[in-house]
Design a protein around this ligand. Structure first.
Ligand code: SAH
Length: 255
C-alpha cells in the first residue's frame, strides 16, 4: 500500500516518465486533476478506479478534502496514483499532500515529472537559459492570493536578471508587467506566452513587456520574460522570431 505522487508532465503523454507510465499501468486507483490530459488518464488499466478531483472554479474541491481522500485510499491497501500536472512539487500542492500522508503514517513516494516551467518554453523553441543571454531562471506564480500571503516582490525580480517564467499568470499579466517595468525592466523586453504547451492545441504568442497586458492569452499558459523569449529555435515565427504579436500554431507532432 503506497500512494504515489506522480508528475504527469505538461500534457503530451510521451513526456511521462517511464516510471509514471509503469505505475499508471498497475495502479488500482488514479486520482487526477482537471489539467490531466485524457490521453494520459487512459494509460491506467481498464479495471482501475478513476477519481477526478478537478478543481473547477465553480465547484472547488478543497485541498483538505483531497488530502483526506488520499489518506483514506492509502489506508485501503490499494496502489494509489495521485497524478499531477508537470512536477508534483512545482506549484502542484504536492508538498501539502505529502505532509498529510506523512502525518497519517501512510507510505508514499514522489515520482518527479517534467515541469511545464522548463518543458513548455522548450517545446516552443525557447531555452530558459542560454549562454550569453541568461544565466538564471526564476519560476514564479502570477496568482495572487490577496490577504493570504505577502505579494510577490516583482520590482526585486525585475532586478534579478535572467529569465522569468510565470505560471498561473494569465489573469494578472497586466499588473505583473506594470510592476516589472516599475522595477526597471525595459518595456521592450521580449515576452513569449505558450498556451496548451505540448498538447495538440499548442499556441505561441510573442510580444513585449509593454504590450503583455493587452496581448490575448488564454490559460493554461506559461509566460517567459527575458532575452531568451526573443529566441525561436524551432523557427516557427516569420522574420526574426521576435515579431510582436506574432501568433502561430506550433503543436507537437502527433501520429
Ligand atoms: N506542477 C505543474 C504546475 C502547476 S501550476 C508543473 O510542474 O508544470 C499550473 C500552471 O502551469 C498553469 O496555470 C500554467 O501556467 C502552467 N501549465 C501547466 N501545463 C501547461 C501547459 N500544457 N501549457 C502551458 N502552461 C502550462
Amino acid at each position: 500500500m503506497t500512494v504515489y505522487l506522480v508528475g504527469a508532465g505538461p500534457g503530451d503523454p510521451d513526456l511521462l516518465t517511464v516510471k509514471a507510465a509503469g505505475l499508471l499501468a498497475r495502479a488500482d486507483v488514479v486520482v487526477h486533476d482537471r489539467l490531466a490530459d485524457p490521453a494520459i488518464v487512459k494509460l491506467a488499466r481498464p479495471e482501475a478506479e478513476l477519481i477526478d478531483v478537478g478543481k473547477r472554479p465553480s465547484r472547488p474541491l478543497p485541498q483538505a478534502t483531497i488530502n483526506a481522500l488520499l489518506v483514506h485510499l492509502g489506508r485501503s491497501g490499494r496502489t494509489v496514483v495521485r497524478l499531477k500536472g508537470g512536477d508534483p512539487f512545482v506549484f502542484g500542492r504536492g508538498g501539502e499532500e505529502a505532509m498529510a500522508l506523512l502525518d497519517a503514517g501512510v507510505p508514499f513516494e514522489v515520482v518527479p515529472g517534467v515541469t511545464s516551467a522548463v518543458a513548455v518554453p522548450a517545446c516552443a523553441g525557447v531555452p530558459v537559459t542560454h549562454r550569453g543571454l541568461s544565466a538564471a531562471v526564476t519560476v514564479v506564480t502570477g496568482h495572487r492570493r490577496v490577504g493570504e500571503e505577502a505579494d510577490t516582490d516583482w520590482e526585486a525580480l525585475a532586478r534579478v536578471g535572467g529569465t522569468l517564467v510565470i505560471l498561473m499568470g494569465v489573469g494578472q499579466r497586466a499588473y505583473i508587467a506594470e510592476r516589472l517595468r516599475a522595477g526597471g525592466l525595459a518595456s521592450d523586453t521580449p515576452v513569449c506566452a505558450v498556451m496548451n504547451g505540448t498538447r495538440p492545441g499548442q499556441r505561441t504568442i510573442r510580444t513585449s513587456l509593454e504590450r503583455l497586458g493587452e496581448t490575448p492569452i488564454e490559460p493554461p499558459a506559461t509566460i517567459v520574460i527575458g532575452a531568451v523569449a526573443g529566441l525561436d529555435l524551432l523557427q516557427t515565427t516569420d522574420g526574426d522570431g521576435a515579431a510582436e504579436g506574432a501568433d502561430h500554431t506550433t503543436g507537437p507532432a502527433r501520429p
